[in-house]
Design a protein around this ligand. Sequence first.
Ligand code: SF4
Ligand code: SF4
Length: 465
Amino acid sequence: MASLNAPEAREQVLSTLNRDGSRRWIRPKPAPGRFHRRRLIFAWSLIFIFNLMPILKLNGKPLMLLDVPKREFTFFGTTFLPTDTFLLMLLLFSIFVGIFLVTAIWGRVWCGWACPQTVYMEYLFRPLERWLEGGRQRQLQLDTEGPDLRRGLKYLFFFVLALFLANTFLAYFVGWSSLLEWMTQSPARHPMPFAVVLGTTLLVFLDFTWFREQTCIIACPYGRFQSVLLDRRSLIVGYDEHRGEPRAKQRKGRSPDAGDCIECLRCVDTCPTGIDIRAGLQMECIACTQCIDACDTVMERTGRPRGLIRYTSQQELTGEKSSFLRPRVVIYCLILVAMFSTLAFSLAGKSSADVTLLRGLGAPFSELQNGQISNQIRLKIANRSDETRSYHFSLEGSSDLQLIAPENPLVVSAGDTQLTAAFITAPRTAFRDGEIAISLHISDATEFERVLSYRLLGPHRAGSP
Ligand code: SF4
Ligand code: SF4
C-alpha cells in the first residue's frame, strides 16, 4: 500500500511498482505459440530431472549429493572428497566460464528456459493460479477485492507444492533414503533437517506467492551481471522498430505509411516481468519468448510476416552484419577446453585412496626410558573406492627403526576418511643432524600402493653443530 503523503514518481521506476509506490501485480496473459510449446516440454523435462536427480543412482551413488557434514560432493557417480579442493575449484571455474560463454552467445537463455524460478513459476505455479482464480482480468479484479475463497485455496495448493520442493531440495543434501526414513519419524529426532525443510518451504512459498518476478528483477545476481556478460552480438529477444514504427491501431483509415505494430499490447500483457519490449533491451527482460509468440499470432492474423519481435541481436537490429565468432567467445572456449582437459586428466589419474602423512601433535619427539627416540606420526587415509578396504603400512629400509601402530591395518569403509596415530622409534645414534629420512609404505589387498617420504626429528649428536 502506498504511503498517504508520498508524491508520485515522474516515471515508472520498476515494472512491479506503481508510481505511487504500491505493488503492481503482474498477471501475464498466456501466449500459446511455437516457443511456448517447446518451453513447455523443456520445462517439464527439467522438473522431472530436478526431482529424479537425488533418487536415481550411478555407480551405486545418487546422481547428485552434497554431503555437507562429510564435506563430500557426488556428481554423476564421481565423489569429490575434501582432499579434492583443486578439482572442485576447477569444476566451479568451468561452470562460471561456461555461464559466461553461454550468455555471450545466447544471452539470457538460462533465465527464460532453464532457471528454476522461471520454470516453476511459468509452468507450475501460474497455470495452477489461472486454473483456480481464472484468467488475467479475473486475477486483476481479485487483486482489488477482499479475501476470496479461490485465492485461499490457491495458497493452500502453493504451500503443499512448496513443501514438496523443500523436501526435494533437502534430498540433495542428505540423500533420498535418509529423507524417506526421517519422514516416518518424529521431527524431534531430526530437528535440524526439519528446520531446514520448514525454512525452505516458507521461502519457496513466499517467493511464488508474493515476491515472484521480483526475484529476477531485483534479487538475482546473474540478472545484474547481464550488462557485462552480453555484447552487441549476443542473442536477445528484440523488437524490430524499423519494421514496427510508426505504430498505429488496426482500424479503417490506417495510414499506409504506418509500421507493422498495431498497438494491441499483447506483448506487454503477456510479459511475466511486466515490461514493454518495444522500449528496447531492458535488464528486466528474461528472454522468455512469450512476447514473440504473442506478436507472431497478431502478425499472422493481420497478414504480416512473423518476427516483428524475434530472437535477434542488437547489432542485427541496427542493420549491421552479425557474426557468431568474436574474441571473447574464442577465449572462453579455449579456457573451457583447457579446464575440462585438466579436470578429465586429473580424474582419470586419481588412485583409489588419498594418503596424507602428518606430524604428531605436541613435542616433535620424546626420549623413552630405554634411550630410544620416539616420533608420533598421523596417517590420514581417504578411501575413494566403492568397498571397505584395509590399509597396511610399514617402514621401508633401516632395521634400526620400529613402527608401533595400534591400528595396522587401518580399516576404512567406502568413501570414508580415517585418521590414525602411530609411533616410530629409533636409537639416538641413528640421527644425523637431528633427522632421519624414512619411507613409509602403504598398501591394501588390491592394486593400491604408495610410498611416502618423511623426516623423523631427534637430538643432534654430541659434537655436531
Ligand atoms: S504484440 Fe506486436 S503488434 Fe501488438 S503491440 Fe506488441 S509489438 Fe505491436
Ligand atoms: S520482454 Fe518478452 S522476452 Fe522479455 S521477459 Fe517480457 S515477454 Fe519475456
